[in-house]
Design a protein around this ligand. Sequence first.
Ligand code: FMN
Length: 375
Amino acid sequence: MSRTLYDKVSIGTLELRNRFVRSATWEGMCDEHGRPTSRLADLYRELAEGGVGLIITGYTVVHPKGRQMSGAIGACSDRQIPVLSSLPTAVHGAGGKIMAQLFHAGAQTSTRTIGEPPLGPSSVESPFYSGAPRAMSHQEIGEVVQAFGQAARRAREAGFDGVQLHGAHGYLINQFLSPLANRRTDRYGGSLQNRFRFLEEVYLEIREQVGPGFPVTIKLSGSDNLEGGLGIEDAVYHAGRLDEMGIDAIEVSAGTAGSGEGVPVRKGINAPGREAYNAPYARRIREAVDVPVILVGGLRSLPVIQGLLEDGTADLFSLSRPLIREPDLVNIWARDPAHRSTCTSCNLCFRPGMREGGIYCVPERKRRQKEEGER
Ligand SMILES: Cc1cc2nc3c(=O)[nH]c(=O)nc-3n(C[C@H](O)[C@H](O)[C@H](O)COP(=O)(O)O)c2cc1C
């Protein structure tokens, strides 16, 4: 029997109502302590009502030195647990599921943001971010490993259905994996195995903290899309090791903010041929692992996504910008499979997050305002 996008599907012990995922999207809707506002809970409720099977939160900071953009969710202390629980409550009430994306920026932040020079595996400046980070000591590595584990436990206690590690896009985990950012000569650097060690320790600490049945997933880069950076052969190795260790799903992305044409959030997805830009990486990773693979990046139309399900590229399909524009896109597609996402991939959605305390689709809001003005 052929698989359809509206089949129920499992990630570890978690059953989802369909194969659509809201990819992690920083919303800028938390206060200065990383506490979600009611706007964020309302947004997640709206997304769940719009039909998406699984929502992955915007990046959730696990350690104060891992902060980056303002308004991000924080899970650095037990005090956050009660307020974090407003998010799963909102989603569950609308029949959806939600995972927290656990994040540390590493070198991709600034002294202004964290009050001291950023930390990284080595003192190597990230493309796109000015200033070289300070190389982490073994004690600092241990502290961050612990912080990931504690944040995962807090997410479980707050009622989330699982967690996703942010292992992509040039942030701390990806920095350890990447031969460009990681120039260490100790047991955390050098060989492929050594560069994987930080992620291995993070994963094992999380498992220790949350137990065997709680879904733990990762967003992984299939490539840094940078000369001399992590490539698909490295990514296949990372995915294989994670699969052996018991990861429950792998979302495949690629690129860093400094990757030029190969950034994670690409512009100009204006034709079916430009969609699904990470599909070649997902295909390679899916061949190498048994766990479900989630594809993200430029998915805009149902026939394209259905084709990627049928040809075995991925098991689930993840969307960010299209759901900022149309939070009910999954329900729209169920009614009208020929509908193409109206997202223009202009990336203006980042701007209100920084300036107005919360993302929204700028062209869509302008269109609505114009329509109201004409009435
Ligand atoms: C406003 C905005 C915020 C984002 N925040 C995150 C984030 O917190 N974590 C993450 O892994 N990716 C983040 N992304 C990247 C998306 O999850 C996704 O990988 C990328 O946008 C490509 O998918 P799309 O074409 O469906 O937008 C963000 C993207 C946008 C547009």
